[in-house]
Ligand binder design. Structure first.
Ligand SMILES: [Zn+2]
Length: 108
């Protein structure tokens, strides 16, 4: 566990692929998400590799290369700015998408 990002507490829980936290790409992802978050906002991982969807890009969740981050309580402007900043900071080796009630990210 990185210790930099909270994990959602909930009835379903968030399940992580055993390899996720050994991967430097995933540490970088978490770090960037944390550093670019709106002021005073603590990012929360809302989904790991627990299987809820079957379509791409969800396949990356199953193998531990994707994480979702919650956006609860943020304004639309904050969210759009945050997504933009994450994209710029991570570059083209990562895929970042605002997906309904969360930000989906995965390593390409
Ligand atoms: Zn996702």
């Amino acid at each position: 566990m990185t210790g930099t990002v909270q994990i959602k507490r909930g009835t379903r829980g968030v399940v992580f692929h055993p390899e996720t936290w050994y991967r430097s790409e995933m540490h970088r992802l978490n770090l960037v998400v944390k550093e670019t978050a709106p002021e005073g906002y603590d990012p929360v991982i809302t989904s790991g590799c627990e299987g809820r969807h079957s379509d791409d890009p969800w396949s990356k969740h199953y193998t531990g290369w994707a994480l979702d981050y919650g956006i609860h309580g943020l304004t639309e402007e904050d969210i759009i700015n945050w997504v933009d900043q994450i994209k710029v900071a991570l570059g083209d080796k990562y895929y970042v998408l605002l997906e309904g009630n969360h930000i989906h990210t995965h390593v390409v």
